[in-house]
Design a protein around this ligand. Structure first.
Ligand code: MG
Length: 300
């Protein structure tokens, strides 16, 4: 059985016929938030319901616990100095782990009200931190703690130098995964909807000025089957998005080019490995990886 499906012939050159999707580890509850640490040669990822951040290392070392409890951490990124940025459902905040291990709170409120449950995060080359804040982590006690929603589900940009925080996308039902195009002139945003409704689930594309002002925001591509959750961009600007049947590769124009088939529902993904040519995939109860003839757009 092939591990990929081709919708545009160009996708054949993106995959390697002799490098199948491999399950690296399993037995988790719901994994999310993968981030590659090339300097440490490891991948960090969240097991949200089990309240852990885990570390996977190549070479047979397997999985160990990086942080427990993790405050029900979800999405992760690294900032321009390589520090870990975490979205925490349980404490309803975004944090930075300093090089000495101490924790700095990047954002926990907007206009005096508590954030909902920060979900996913990216860092722009100017050091600003962009994160989504849907209500999924406070809807139930499964991925955090059920609580009152104080704010709409927005996307925020915060400047850790000044502490200033701005709502940059406010017309979204369930903001989730985020990614910049390689030259940062576009921002892609996954909208997962309200989860318990029949809302559309799609990826929107915004024009992004060099100073970070967004325009547009039309729907670029609707994900089916399943939902748009985490996404990443390769060096040519293609978008690699989570879906129920695997990872979908979508052109910058919004065309589905092909799919990497994964046997469990995919939540998120990131590029990593020696040449940023491996795609690490968090999918329901397992962590997977596949080597591609593609590279992730940036190391951080
Ligand atoms: Mg997510």
């Amino acid at each position: 059985m092939s591990f990929f499906e081709v919708y545009n012939p160009v996708f054949r050159s993106y995959v390697l016929g002799n490098a199948p999707v491999k399950q690296l580890a399993s037995g988790f509850a719901w994994v999310e938030g993968p981030v590659w640490f090339g300097d440490a040669g490891c991948l960090l990822f969240s097991d949200i319901p089990n309240n852990k951040v885990l570390r996977w290392s190549p070479g047979g070392a397997g999985v160990s616990t990086f942080r427990s409890p993790s405050n029900f951490s979800n999405g992760h990124a690294r900032d321009r100095q390589g520090r870990l940025i975490s979205c925490e459902h349980g404490t309803r905040r975004v944090t930075r782990t300093e090089l000495d291990g101490s924790i700095t709170v990047i954002a926990d409120r907007f206009e005096g009200k508590r954030l909902n449950s920060p979900n996913d995060v990216i860092v722009k080359s100017d050091g600003t931190i962009w994160f989504s804040d849907p209500h999924y982590g406070i809807m139930t006690d499964y991925e955090g703690a059920r609580a009152e929603q104080e704010l709409p589900c927005n996307v925020y940009r915060t400047d850790p130098q000044t502490g200033r925080i701005e709502a940059v996308v406010t017309d979204v039902l369930g903001p989730n995964g985020l990614a910049f195009s390689p030259n940062e002139d576009r921002l892609y945003l996954a909208d997962t909807g309200r989860m318990f409704g029949d809302d559309p689930t799609h990826i929107r594309a915004f024009d992004c000025s060099s100073s970070g002002v967004l325009r547009g925001g039309d729907v670029l591509h609707s994900i089916a089957p399943g939902m748009a959750d985490g996404l990443r961009v390769d060096t040519d600007g293609n978008i690699w998005s989570s879906a129920a049947d695997g990872v979908h590769c979508i052109s910058p124009e919004g065309e589905l080019l092909g799919k990497i088939l994964v046997p469990e529902t995919v939540s998120n993904l990131c590029f990593g490995g020696r040449a940023r040519h491996q795609l690490f995939i968090t999918a329901s109860t397992s962590l997977y990886a596949v080597s591609l003839n593609r590279q992730g757009a940036r190391l951080l």
